[in-house]
Design a binder for this molecule. Structure first.
Ligand SMILES: NC(=O)c1ccc[n+]([C@@H]2O[C@H](COP(=O)([O-])OP(=O)(O)OC[C@H]3O[C@@H](n4cnc5c(N)ncnc54)[C@H](OP(=O)(O)O)[C@@H]3O)[C@@H](O)[C@H]2O)c1
Length: 233
């Protein structure tokens, strides 16, 4: 599905997970298209490195998606830094592997807070500032094909995908474009950093730059969904 495209030139954009691999690559691409950026994440050093590798003008803010009170903070800080807000790209997330009975209570709460509830808090806050603009959530192939050994991750991503598509319908009249990107397994190393369990053997994933470029191109083209099948190598 597509609509009129998004013009990134001069747009003021908050990238959640801007310190991560996909978030960093997407940020670099948004910058190339003229966006002004604030990158957000938990790790000050990683954030600073990513931001300065793109441009000295790229700013960063610390926040934790597991803390509901941080949602207003990250949005308001971004608005103050950029003089407003036009777009949010959510490239933050964590994964957990293994039988559902092996997942600890804390890991389950952290996973839903990071991958579903936290992003919804940030979007709720961001929508109080965005007049015309865009929202992007990177959900994932598991939203379409829930996987054994990844029940909680699949559920959180399917929930965020559903919310993203619903928001697209809700916000269309306001001139806010919404994109749900559902990439397949990608070689960012995310699977080597699970908050619980160990990744099963997986076939080689997609090249991160291809995934990042596909997402930014889809945003510019005005696409509303990028199903897993759209990420061809
Ligand atoms: N790689 C794949 O195979 C794949 C496939 C489909 C979808 N995705 C999704 O793509 C997104 C990006 O993943 P990636 O592969 O680029 O992994 P990544 O390099 O590990 O990036 C994850 C990002 O999330 C941030 N983050 C994690 N927990 C956070 C928290 N509690 N609060 C704030 N930020 C937090 C991390 O920053 P800090 O640690 O500094 O906080 C980092 O910037 C994720 O949503 C992931 O689920 C990935």
């Amino acid at each position: 599905m597509s609509s009129r495209g998004v013009d990134l030139e001069g747009s003021r954009v908050l990238v959640l997970g801007g310190s991560g691999v996909l978030g960093g690559l997407i940020s670099a691409q948004l910058h190339r298209h003229g966006a002004r950026l604030v990158l957000a994440g938990r790790d000050a050093e990683r954030l600073h490195q990513r931001a300065s590798s793109i441009s000295p003008e790229v700013q960063s803010v610390l926040f934790d998606l597991r803390e509901p009170t941080h949602a207003d903070h990250v949005v308001e800080t971004t608005v103050a830094m950029l003089g407003g807000l036009d777009g949010v790209v959510n490239a933050a997330g964590v994964v957990a592997f293994g039988g559902h009975d092996t997942l600890g209570a804390e890991a389950l709460s952290d996973l839903f807070a990071t991958d579903l509830v936290g992003p919804l808090h940030v979007l709720r806050s961001a929508l109080q500032h965005i007049e015309q603009g865009f929202l992007v959530n990177i959900t994932g192939v598991v939203a379409e094909q829930p996987m054994a050994g990844m029940a909680a991750y699949s559920a959180a991503k399917a929930g965020l995908s559903a919310a993203t598509i619903a928001l697209g319908r809700e916000l269309r009249r306001r001139g806010i474009h919404v994109l749900d990107a559902r990439p397949p397994h990608t070689e960012t190393g995310l699977a080597t950093r699970p908050i619980s369990g160990n990744a099963p053997k997986m076939p080689v994933g997609l090249e991160p730059k291809l995934v990042a470029d596909t997402i930014v191109a889809a945003l510019i083209a005005g696409q509303r969904e990028l199903p897993a099948s759209a990420f061809a190598e």
